[in-house]
Design a protein around this ligand. Sequence first.
Ligand SMILES: Nc1ncnc2c1ncn2[C@@H]1O[C@H](COP(=O)(O)OP(=O)(O)OP(=O)(O)O)[C@@H](O)[C@H]1O
Length: 276
Amino acid sequence: MNAPVSVTHLVKILDGRRILDRISFVLQPGEITALLGPNGAGKTTLIGCILGLLSADEGTVRLWGEDMTALRPETRARVGFVPQTMTGLTWFRVGELMNYLAQYRGRPEDVEDTSWAAWAKLDPQARVKTLSGGERQRLAIILALRFSPELVVLDEPVASLDPQARHDFMRLLPEYVRRSGASVLISSHIISDLEDICDRFLMVRKGQLVLDIGAREVAGSVRRLAGPPDAALGLEILAEDYDGAVWVRGWREDLEDAGSPVLPGDVERLFLALTR
Ligand SMILES: Nc1ncnc2c1ncn2[C@@H]1O[C@H](COP(=O)(O)OP(=O)(O)OP(=O)(O)O)[C@@H](O)[C@H]1O
């Protein structure tokens, strides 16, 4: 079966700058993947290429095996996108906008999942232009998820949500993935939220994918050592930390007595070391 997203050697150049530099990864169905990176790392640009909003200068982006440059409308309808900020169409009322956009889906057989609207608690009569930043974010989430997309791409969806809404959203998203088998790519700077729900982590720095790692692997075989390991142990060094400590991959239980003090894998601390 073709993967929901397959990115191969993707390069994006903007204003003569290489914003994405030979990025490759595959997203699997039924998995939530975190897209992490410092400000300006290229996350939104990468998302733009995955959605076909930006064209690739080199490499390919495929959705379920179809090249992004020739995506069929019915394939596009399988994708839900939550942008960083929702702009445009703000003269509509909330309910009107939902009805209006539903007409353009081209898949009348789709049944609406009303659990997102129940979570968002928006007044259908409210004008979009009068909504607060967090309310607009809720609306963007309903619009992206209400017809149960098989691929969900979220660009910092929770930055302006209040703690209760954010907490509930982070609970509902994995429930949705379990129910639907959808593939989710979510970018956020709030790594502690993502640690609990993500199956994989993609870490981007200066346009390059510096780490693609599963949550189980972080817990099982990533460790922070007080200093560089003995080369004979064959461990892959992922990053040096601020205090000379070293993050390694490939740690095994039988190394617990190898002498060097060890701290368990931790996505946020590993990210900080990788992007220092
Ligand atoms: N249209 C453009 N023209 C030129 N440079 C651009 C353009 N859009 C983005 N960039 C540059 O590309 C780089 C990556 O931007 P991008 O928005 O992808 O980063 P990001 O990882 O999403 O950052 P943030 O976490 O701040 O949202 C930045 O240095 C930005 O200035």
